[in-house]
Write a protein that binds this ligand. Structure first.
Ligand SMILES: Nc1ncnc2c1ncn2[C@@H]1O[C@H](COP(=O)(O)OP(=O)(O)OP(=O)(O)O)[C@@H](O)[C@H]1O
Ligand SMILES: [Mg+2]
Length: 253
């Protein structure tokens, strides 16, 4: 059965896109068929894979608006087995267009129906908000992956996110389950880094992945080359960490 995983946290800049792109790429490198769906108008995941959508219809925006099907909007990437539905800036408009439509929470789920069989994993990179795009992702997904940045305010906003997830479970998608929380941009040399990671584990216990993503300059450079870390520098600490996380994700099935 296809695993559909929403990568989400309404806090900005915590490593959602870096995690979605590199985890998806690591699983594809391991031979799984993976689709990455960019649901953020910033289109960072698309850019990070070197894709710039020319035609807004052939993007997640077009899919949500009914202008294209998932298959039409899907494009290949530099990594074999990794496909992408890119985003474009127009996706911001979908927030307004969907806001007043009946059943607006189910649009992505309906769009994905019938296309899942081609993939082992579908990752959805969410924008930094709990708006209609994220709700669509949480309804279409079966699992949620939450990146948490190892910094002072790491846990701020997490209560609101967990509340949203339980509301979605209750009213829209009873199958939705927490896959796990991953600590990102971790710096083990600082006391703050260690303290925050400890605090996250104390609060979220078994949900927290063993694998921790270190702060690693190669991870921040890779997107400007349009490559996931597995292709940009497969031997750096950031790459090792995402391959480890990929193994854990596979084992948490
Ligand atoms: N482990 C890391 N080491 C170093 N830099 C990182 C790491 N993870 C992410 N970054 C950098 O931090 C910034 C934010 O990361 P990213 O874009 O993945 O966060 P995000 O949660 O998707 O942001 P947004 O909320 O805007 O969508 C980016 O510049 C990214 O390259
Ligand atoms: Mg992002």
């Amino acid at each position: 059965m296809t695993r559909v995983i929403a990568v989400t946290n309404q806090k900005g800049g915590v490593g959602k896109t870096t995690t979605a792109v590199n985890l998806a790429a690591c699983l594809a490198e391991a031979g799984f068929d993976v689709l990455l769906l960019d649901m953020d108008p910033q289109a960072n995941a698309s850019a990070g894979l070197g894709v710039r959508a020319e035609d807004p219809r052939l993007t997640s925006y077009g899919v949500l608006g009914g202008a294209a099907g998932i298959a039409e909007a899907t494009t290949a990437t530099a990594v074999e087995h990794l496909s992408l539905v890119p985003a474009c800036a127009d996706l911001a408009g979908a927030v307004v267009e969907l806001a007043n439509a009946d059943g607006n929470e189910y649009v992505l789920e309906y769009a994905l129906a019938g296309h899942l069989a081609s993939y082992d994993f579908v990752f959805i990179d969410c924008p930094p908000s709990l708006g209609v795009l994220t709700i669509n992702a949480l309804v279409a997904a079966r699992e949620v992956l939450v990146p948490v940045q190892a910094e002072y305010y790491a846990l701020e906003g997490l209560a609101a996110l967990l509340e949203t997830i339980s509301l979605v479970q209750e009213h829209l998608n009873p199958e939705l389950a927490m896959l796990g929380v991953v600590v990102t941009m971790y710096d083990g040399r600082t006391r703050l880094g260690r303290e925050v990671a400890g605090e996250v584990r104390a609060h979220l216990g078994e949900h927290v992945f063993e694998s921790v993503i270190p702060r690693n300059v190669r991870l921040s450079e890779a997107p400007s080359h349009g490559l996931p870390i597995s292709r940009y520098d497969a031997t750096c600490a950031g790459s090792d960490a995402y391959f480890d996380l990929a193994k854990e994700v596979v084992s948490r099935d």
